[in-house]
Design a protein around this ligand. Structure first.
Ligand SMILES: [Ca+2]
Length: 131
């Protein structure tokens, strides 16, 4: 979710693997959510809490699958702000994906992409207006 643009957020409650989540967000005209400031991070967390009723651990769009330790957002925006939890990202094998609300806490964690999680998609409303 690019800073300064209006956007809408969607959440998939049933959840999926990171690959499934990525494809589903694109199919819905967006991408897995990204954030670039504490305000955007808080917006995503607030949205999850509003919809789910608690701080459900969920996928957002960060991964370092291409180059270990180089985190990228799947929407192509600059990865300037991870807001990682203490001690993360750690370098365990295959922990290439990024979950927000790890253990329902205010904590961002890297974890295996083969886990299933609910996921948050973000869609630019500017994109919609041009349709
Ligand atoms: Ca971790």
């Amino acid at each position: 979710m690019a800073s300064g643009l209006f956007f809408s957020l969607l959440i998939c409650l049933s959840g999926g693997l990171l690959t499934e989540a990525t494809l589903d967000c694109v199919k819905n005209g967006g991408n897995l959510a990204s954030y670039h400031s504490k305000a955007e991070y808080d917006t995503i967390r607030g949205f999850i809490k509003t919809v789910m009723g608690y701080d459900t651990s969920s996928w957002v769009g960060g991964s370092d699958t291409a180059h270990k330790g180089v985190w990228l957002w799947s929407d192509g925006s600059e990865f300037s702000y991870g807001n990682w939890g203490s001690g993360t990202p750690n370098h365990g094998k295959h922990r290439n994906c990024m979950e927000i609300n790890y253990e329902e806490r205010d904590y961002v964690n890297n974890i295996k992409c083969s886990k299933k999680r609910p996921y948050v998609c973000a869609k630019s409303l500017q994109m919609c207006m041009s349709c």
